[in-house]
Design a protein around this ligand. Structure first.
Ligand SMILES: NC(=O)c1ccc[n+]([C@@H]2O[C@H](COP(=O)([O-])OP(=O)(O)OC[C@H]3O[C@@H](n4cnc5c(N)ncnc54)[C@H](O)[C@@H]3O)[C@@H](O)[C@H]2O)c1
Ligand SMILES: O=P(O)(O)OC[C@@H](O)[C@@H](O)[C@H](O)[C@H](O)CO
Length: 382
């Protein structure tokens, strides 16, 4: 069995690659980072090191690596005969992966079972988004889509920015969860012991995105303004913790109402997330967790989506709006082009325009007046 994984970064090596290896797959990592591909090609093993209470080490073997920027044909050929193709490249990169998968489906031998495609990104319905890009890339040959099964997933494991001295080894938190929707497999789900299959993914991905990622983003944005450099340092500051806790109580109320979670179970899930953020062994920089503020402030992401849904129910999401204000101040971050773009937008556009271009919130939406006020206040303070 062979699995091709796009994106040999933190989650690629430290989570998805590991679980597919443990499921018995030979791995093919596809990436565009030349030094990383060279290092993987020269190695026959790397370690996944769990840091924090209960952590263990695992060795991953049985992989090869392809630089799709240099040898696109090799990437297409690998996917064309693989059993599984996964991605962990970031939601904004999926459109660059799609043409490779499209060409692989065109070339896929007819006798092979459908390719299982799963995007493992922090976004709602990321695999559906990838499928739409693949369909567009296929153009007139869209019948080739039948040679694949597309399944949405929710992935959860904090993997901080790699320490350059670790080489290919990856430091990860002990916790992990990979939920995969079962419906696309029509009763014949693949064997991935580290993952679990669920009838309906929406409750899982929304709970994860609007608890772990909303809380993480809140910790990073509010913490950075308070002078913290890491997530654990930030969550250790009482004022930051209160702000994060308040935002997560708002999203918890939404999740309980929307998906019928037991309130006590959601409370425990929220507390677990806060404990995970406090893992000082991770030393996770606030810049990694806050990265790409424009993506994180977009309409269906971890801040605006729950705030908008609450406003639609007549609830004023005051704590989430505090986090949005902090996110709007994630400017001047070296190596993050979205941080620079945000600064430019704040300088050049009106508050109304920024709400349109950054958050995409509809005209007449009940959250809009408060959001415009928040943007204007951040602009005035600059
Ligand atoms: N790190 C975490 O804690 C974590 C946890 C859960 C989910 N995620 C999600 O996983 C995804 C990846 O995050 P990460 O932290 O591993 O990022 P990362 O930057 O460590 O890895 C991304 C990799 O994708 C590669 N890449 C970029 N463009 C590519 C292309 N066109 N083709 C192939 N590879 C390409 C990069 O070179 C990089 O190696 C994101 O969607 C993120 O939200 C991350
Ligand atoms: O990867 P992002 O940029 O969407 O979000 C940053 C972090 O919140 C995220 O990577 C978490 O560490 C992860 O989602 C935990 O499962």
């Amino acid at each position: 069995m062979t699995a091709v994984h796009f994106g040999a970064g933190n989650i690629g090596r430290g989570f998805i690659g590991l679980l597919l290896h443990e499921a018995g797959h030979d791995l093919v990592f596809v990436d565009v980072n030349a030094p990383l591909i060279e290092a993987l090609s020269a190695a026959d093993a790397y370690r996944v090191i769990e840091i924090g209470p209960g952590g263990r080490d695992t060795v991953v073997t049985g992989f090869r690596a392809i630089n799709s920027a240099d040898d696109r044909d090799a990437a297409v050929a690998a996917v064309a005969t693989a059993d599984i193709a996964t991605t962990a490249v970031g939601p904004t990169v999926l459109r660059f992966i799609a043409p490779v998968i499209a060409d692989a489906l065109r070339a896929r031998p007819a006798h092979l079972a459908p390719l299982i495609v799963m995007a493992c990104e922090n976004a709602l319905q990321a695999t559906d988004a990838l499928r739409a890009e693949v369909e567009q890339a296929l153009g007139d040959s869209s019948e080739a889509l039948d040679r694949a099964v597309f399944a949405n997933t929710a992935v959860d494991r904090i993997v901080p920015t790699a320490d350059p001295t670790d080489g290919l080894d990856v430091r990860v938190e002990p916790f992990c969860e990979w939920a995969i929707e079962s419906a696309p497999f029509a009763g014949s789900v693949p064997s991935i012991p580290g993952a679990h299959f669920v009838d309906e993914l929406a409750p899982y991905i929304e709970r994860k995105l609007f608890t772990v990622n909303t809380g993480h983003a809140a910790t990073a944005y509010v913490g950075r303004l308070a002078g913290a450099t890491t997530v654990h340092e930030a969550i250790g500051m009482p004022a930051v913790r209160d702000a994060v806790d308040a935002a997560l109580r708002e999203t918890s109320a939404l999740l309980v109402a929307r998906h019928g979670f037991d309130a006590a179970t959601q409370d425990a899930y929220r507390e677990t997330a806060l404990r995970r953020f406090a893992n000082d062994a991770l030393a996770d920089p606030v810049e990694r967790v806050g990265r790409q503020p424009l993506r994180k402030l977009s309409r269906h992401e971890r801040l605006i989506e729950p705030a908008a849904a609450l406003a639609e129910q007549g609830v004023h999401p005051v704590a989430l709006l505090e986090v949005v204000s902090a996110a709007l101040q994630f400017v001047g971050v070296a190596g993050d082009p979205e941080s620079e773009e945000l600064a430019q937008l704040l300088a050049r556009q009106s508050a109304e325009e920024i709400v349109d271009t950054v958050t995409g919130l509809e005209a007449g939406h009940p959250l809009r007046p408060a959001l415009v006020d928040r943007v204007a206040a951040v602009q005035r303070a600059r």
